[in-house]
Design a protein around this ligand. Structure first.
Ligand code: ATP
Length: 383
């Protein structure tokens, strides 16, 4: 039986007139890596903060392992958060920062809420004193060492955080969140401040770590490639609401809305009128007729999406369901991959990605070529 670590039931969060999260219901399976993906301002962070307890939903319920936690403060929830800004204490050592994660778990004055995940003012001072008096304890030392092993920074306990690189600081922030062994680890754009190469390495490491720990990860990003690389499930958000929930393949290959088709990867979106004919479904679009898969919900105006890599040019286009003459208006040569922009006779512009296995597959601006794709490679979108 599938068990869920997090259940969000009709979560709405308003800030005055802004509806940051709009009636989102979402079940997050135990031990899975779920990504909240969407453009800036779509409500991802607010939803994450509702799970953690830093925000209280205006309406709706949050459940963690079946328990309704709306009224439970952040540090009593079985969650831990990793922030893009790391929220580390620069003049404390790595070990002190990480064991502070444990201290937060036993933080007595829970009304002393946090700013960016860090206890503030007098609350922190008191907690820090207790922490220092306890860092010698064997159990804490052992758990810090274990957390540092996990993030591949062994023997870094005594280093000052200010002496670490951005990537190393990120690992420390991760270790601090993991040391409490939370049921759910929440990560808010944790790789956002890293350079591209490091980010790509960390994506793989984070995914491996998640599998190894078998802990539920809820990860926020606006980077669709990052989401596709790491996630078991992706929840695509737009303007506060949930557009689609699915695996990376489902989101990429079977988008349910124009927004998802357009936001994830690159696509060609065409609009027209859907009709069923004896030869199959077609969309009439500015004087051309395009064969598309049968879509039971389609009626009248629809759009359909075709990915650039599903389109063929030249002799590879022959015999496909949709074949047209087109003019090449732009080409970008990328070694073994060519990106071409072609115009159909009705003025519709398409982007095509082709593997260049030999020179006959390379086309130049101004050339007239056949362009084609199979009906099955289009996705009809009714929303
Ligand atoms: P980003 O990727 O830029 O971080 P996001 O998808 O995480 O964006 P949120 O930070 O959740 O989006 O913000 C959603 C909306 O709610 C935005 O319009 C934002 O301005 C608004 N918002 C968020 N927090 C507050 C707040 N404390 N007070 C008022 N408005 C807020």
């Amino acid at each position: 039986m599938v068990s869920y670590d997090v259940r969000l039931d009709g979560i709405t969060k308003r800030f005055d007139d802004v509806v940051a999260v709009d009636d989102v219901s979402l079940d997050i399976e135990a031990g899975k890596f779920l990504t909240l993906l969407g453009p800036s301002g779509c409500g991802k962070t607010t939803l994450l903060r509702c799970i953690d307890g830093f925000e209280t939903p205006t309406s709706g319920d949050v459940f963690i392992r079946g328990e309704r936690v709306n009224d439970i403060p952040p540090f009593e929830r079985d969650t831990s958060m990793v922030f893009q800004s790391y929220a580390l204490f620069p003049h404390m050592t790595v070990g002190e920062n990480i064991s502070f994660g444990l201290e937060m778990q036993g933080f007595p004055d829970r009304d002393q809420a946090t700013d960016g995940g860090v206890a503030t003012n007098g609350g922190f001072g008191a907690a820090f004193k207790r922490l220092v008096s306890r860092t010698g304890s064997e159990e804490i030392d052992a758990r810090v060492a274990e957390a540092l092993e996990l993030v591949e920074l062994p023997d870094y306990q005594e280093r000052k955080v200010s002496e670490l690189s951005g990537g190393q600081q990120q690992r420390v922030a991760l270790a601090r969140a993991l040391i409490t062994q939370p049921t759910v680890l929440l990560l808010d754009e944790p790789l956002g401040a890293l350079d591209l190469k490091l980010r790509k390495n960390m994506q793989v490491e984070l995914k491996n770590l998640q599998k190894e720990l078998d802990t539920t990860f809820v990860y926020v990003t606006h980077d669709q490639e990052e989401a596709l690389t790491m996630s078991d499930q992706i929840a695509v958000m737009n303007d506060g609401h949930l557009e689609q929930l699915g695996s990376a393949t489902e989101i990429y290959e079977e988008p349910e809305t124009e927004f998802v088709a357009d936001f994830i990867g690159e696509t060609n979106l065409l609009r027209g009128s859907y009709t069923e004919t004896p030869d199959g479904a077609v969309v009439e679009c500015n004087g051309l007729s395009f064969r598309v898969p049968h879509e039971p919900d389609a009626d009248g105006e629809v759009s359909f999406a075709v990915r650039p890599e599903k389109i063929r040019l030249g002799k590879d286009a022959r015999g496909l369901d949709n074949v047209f003459e087109a003019d090449v208006t732009d080409e970008i040569y990328k070694g073994n991959l060519g990106k071409f922009v072609v115009d159909l006779p009705n003025g519709q512009r398409l982007t095509v990605d082709m593997q260049i296995t030999d020179r006959s597959k390379y086309f130049s601006t101004g050339q007239n070529v056949a362009v084609g794709w199979s009906a099955d490679n289009a996705v009809v979108l009714t929303r």
